[in-house]
Design a protein around this ligand. Structure first.
Ligand code: NDP
Length: 282
C-alpha cells in the first residue's frame, strides 16, 4: 500500500487565494510586522517568505531587520511602537533571538491581540481552556491539513512526538479539542516504537532527520511530519523517513511541501483574524 500524499503546498495555496479574496472585500488593509534580530541564514529565508506571502494576499507588511547586538530594551521599545501602530494588526518576532535577549520577555511584550504567532501566555492559556484566541501557526496548520483531506479526528488515537511550547504541546491541545484521544511522547518516553505504533494520527516534531521509520507506523495511519532538517548534502528531510513511511501510512505529509507552507498560510489567516477583531471592536 502506498500512502496518499497530503499536498501542503497546494492546500496552502488554496487558503491564500481565499484570503486574498476576503482582503479585497475589506474596507481596510491587514498589516503584519515581522522583526528579525541578527543574521541567521534560515531565519532570513523564513522572513523573506513571510514578506512575499503578505504581498501575495494583499497585506501591508513591514520587516524590521535589527543588528545582532541590538539590546533587549531596544527590541522591547520597537514592539511597544508596533503595539501602538494602527496600521499593524499582527506582530511576529522571528525566533530564535540572540542569547543576550530574553525570548519570554519579548513575547510577553507583544499585545495578545496582535500576537499572530500565538505564543503569548494569554493566547496559550486561551488554547488550554478552549477559549477564543490566536493559535500557534504550525500546530494550526497540522490540524487544518487533516481536515482539508476530509479526515475525521474524533475518537482517533493521536500520538504527538515532541513537547515544545511552539509545536508539540499546542498540537496536543488542538487534537484534544477535535476529540482525539491524545498521547504525548518525548525524549524520556520509555518505548517510543510501542507508543507510535498505536497511533491512528501521528504528529512528529522532534528535529531529528528520518527518525521515525515505516516499521514504527501503524498501517493506514495519518502521518504529519513537522520536522525540517537540513542534511549534509544540502537537501531537506523531515523527522519521518518518507520512503519507508509512505509504504505503510494511509496519508502522509512530505518535507518540503507539507506542514511548512501551511505555517505561513496560518500566519496570514491569524493576521486577518486579528485585523477583523480590531475592526469589529472585539
Ligand atoms: P524542540 O527542539 O523545541 O523540541 C523537540 C522535542 O522533541 C522535545 O520535546 C524533545 O523532548 C523531543 N525529542 C527530541 N529527541 C527525541 C527522541 N529521540 N525521542 C522522542 N522525543 C524526542 O523542537 P521544535 O518543536 O521547535 O521543532 C521540532 C521540529 O519541527 C524541528 O525540526 C523544527 O525545525 C521543525 N519545525 C517546523 C516548523 C514548520 O513550519 N514546518 C515550525 C517549527 C518547527 P524533550 O522535551 O524531552 O527534550
Amino acid at each position: 500500500m502506498s500512502a496518499k500524499i497530503i499536498n501542503g503546498k497546494e492546500i496552502a495555496q488554496d487558503i491564500k487565494e481565499g484570503l486574498k479574496k476576503r482582503v479585497q472585500a475589506l474596507p481596510m488593509t491587514p498589516g503584519l510586522a515581522v522583526v528579525l534580530v541578527g543574521d541567521d541564514p534560515a531565519s532570513q529565508v523564513y522572513v523573506r517568505n513571510k514578506e512575499k506571502a503578505c504581498q501575495e494576499v494583499g497585506f501591508y507588511s513591514e520587516v524590521h531587520r535589527l543588528a545582532e547586538d541590538t539590546s533587549e530594551q531596544e527590541l522591547l521599545d520597537l514592539i511597544e511602537q508596533l503595539n501602538n501602530n494602527p496600521k499593524i494588526h499582527g506582530i511576529l518576532v522571528q525566533l530564535p533571538l540572540p542569547k543576550h535577549i530574553d525570548e519570554r520577555k519579548v513575547i510577553n511584550q507583544i499585545l495578545p491581540t496582535k500576537d499572530v504567532d500565538g505564543f503569548h501566555p494569554i493566547n496559550a492559556g486561551a488554547l488550554l481552556i478552549g477559549e477564543k484566541g490566536l493559535k500557534p501557526c504550525t500546530p494550526k496548520g497540522c490540524i487544518r491539513l487533516i481536515k482539508e483531506m476530509g479526515l475525521d479526528i474524533t475518537g482517533k488515537k493521536a500520538v504527538v512526538v515532541g513537547r515544545s511550547n511552539i509545536v508539540g504541546k499546542p498540537v496536543v491541545l488542538m487534537l484534544l479539542q477535535e476529540n482525539a484521544t491524545v498521547e504525548i511522547c518525548h525524549s524520556r518516553t520509555q518505548d517510543l516504537t510501542k507508543e507510535v505504533k498505536d497511533a491512528d494520527i501521528l504528529v512528529v516534531a522532534i528535529g531529528k532527520a528520518n527518525f521515525i521509520t515505516g516499521e514504527m507506523i501503524k498501517p493506514g495511519a495519518i502521518v504529519i511530519d513537522v520536522g525540517i532538517n537540513r542534511l549534509e548534502d544540502g537537501t531537506l528531510a523531515g523527522d519521518v523517513e518518507f520512503a519507508s513511511a509512505k509504504e505503510v501510512a494511509g496519508y502522509i505529509t512530505p518535507v518540503p511541501g507539507g506542514v511548512g507552507p501551511m505555517t505561513i498560510a496560518m500566519l496570514l489567516e491569524n493576521t486577518l483574524e486579528a485585523a477583523l477583531a480590531l475592526m469589529e471592536g472585539k
